[in-house]
Design a protein around this ligand. Structure first.
Ligand SMILES: *[C@@H]1O[C@H](CO)[C@@H](O)[C@H](O)[C@H]1NC(C)=O
Ligand SMILES: *[C@@H]1O[C@H](CO)[C@@H](O)[C@H](O)[C@H]1NC(C)=O
Ligand SMILES: *[C@@H]1O[C@H](CO)[C@@H](O)[C@H](O)[C@H]1NC(C)=O
Length: 354
């Protein structure tokens, strides 16, 4: 009798209805190796991953700290240490790649949102100023790199997002940042990067400035969502949220398996770059969902968080490790890239369950 009742109860619970406390507990468990094992105090970066991925890891942990008082102290200590130590790798968080710079600018904007530390916002302001030097390719928009070899979606999405974010956080220079954000958005929408399926291809062909139909990576569907949300806040134009929702909906239709689990085409052999991508989409979908909620977004976030936990997790000593194929089975190696990317999904689920 009791067993039958329990069974009926379990069946009655639809997929993805873990409570906020469960999602938060899972996120804390998954964050632990990033907080206490892989973070390198002397470099201010995460061992087992690269420069721009470390900025994404910092951002994900920041998003956890924003909803979890238990994580606040350790994440704030990481912000402070990384702000001092990481510039030993690339001075002032500047290097030869405008996308790398954009990730760090967003990372410091996020750190400022959490701590209110003015130095962090100033770092983002200074990085953005350097990025403006990349504007003006033969196809418009900003270059991927200071050597001017490619025009890619991600550098332009990041530039747009940083500009719009600063417009909302630097009231005295609002017009300056808003102007950059609007120029960047106008360029993006006319660039041809969004294809007939409604998703964003990776780059433009420099010779023709046309979209050659290169890979549709998940992160190119992500940063643009946060950019539109910040711009909608800055210029009070709801049309940006509609544009963002359209890309999000097309991504959920086009980049998923039959169970709505997100995939990039490189799986199960993604490199240290591509293995980071999916988390970027989840982080920004969560931002969009908070601004313009849709049941389909919440369901998608929960399904991915649930699948990561159920199918893509191993225990190694005291650590819980997450791989880069979210549908499972767990495929090694797990490292700061795979862990922080999957953590984005867990944090998103915890955040929207609040
Ligand atoms: C930590 O970073 C330093 C560089 O600052 C490096 O020499 C060292 O090997 C790193 N530690 C590990 C365990 O990778
Ligand atoms: C991609 O998304 C668009 C927009 O939602 C949809 O019309 C199309 O059918 C999707 N394509 C695939 C292959 O799922
Ligand atoms: C981290 O994981 C990715 C995805 O499996 C892999 O390509 C990369 O080589 C790994 N890096 C390290 C240092 O283990």
């Amino acid at each position: 009798m009791y067993a039958m009742f329990l069974c009926a109860l379990l069946l009655a619970i639809p997929h993805g209805t873990l409570g906020q406390a469960d999602y938060l507990a899972n996120a804390e468990t998954a964050a632990a190796p990033l907080l206490f094992k892989l973070y390198n105090m002397s470099s201010g970066l995460w061992d087992t991953t690269g420069w721009w991925q470390s900025s994404n890891t910092m951002t994900t942990l920041g998003d956890l700290a924003a909803i979890d008082p238990n994580a606040e102290d350790s994440v704030s200590a990481i912000f402070a240490n990384t702000h001092v130590q990481a510039p030993n790798t690339h001075r002032d968080f500047l290097n030869d790649f405008y996308d790398d710079e954009g990730w760090w600018a967003l990372g410091w904007i996020n750190a400022h949102d959490i701590t209110q530390e003015p130095e962090y916002l100033q770092t983002a302001v200074d990085i953005f100023e350097d990025m403006t030097g990349g504007w003006g390719t033969p196809c418009g928009g900003i270059w991927w790199d200071k050597a001017h070899t490619q025009v890619v979606a991600i550098a332009n999405e990041l530039f747009f997002s940083v500009a719009a974010s600063l417009a909302n956080r630097k009231p005295d220079e609002r017009d300056y940042y808003l102007d950059w954000a609007q120029r960047s958005r106008d360029w993006f929408e006319k660039s041809g990067l969004v294809n007939a399926q409604g998703v964003v291809n990776d780059d433009l062909a420099l010779a023709t400035c046309k979209n050659p139909g290169d890979t549709v990576w998940s992160y190119n569907q992500g940063v643009i969502l946060g950019a539109y949300v910040e711009l909608a806040k800055a210029d009070a134009n709801e049309a940006h949220l509609t544009a963002a929702s359209s890309i999000a909906t097309a991504t959920i239709a086009n980049l998923t398996d039959a169970n709505q689990i997100l995939h990039d085409v490189c799986e199960p052999n993604c490199d240290v770059t591509a293995a980071q991508f999916k988390g970027v989409f989840m982080r920004n979908l969560r931002i969009l969902h908070n601004a313009a909620p849709r049941a389909e977004f919440a369901t998608f976030i929960n399904k991915n968080a649930d699948s990561i936990w159920a199918n893509n997790r191993i225990t190694s000593g005291s650590d819980t490790l997450l791989g880069h194929v979210w549908s499972g089975p767990f495929i090694p190696p797990a490292n700061a890239t795979t862990q922080s990317s999957a953590l984005d999904a867990l944090v998103a689920a915890a955040s929207i369950a609040q």
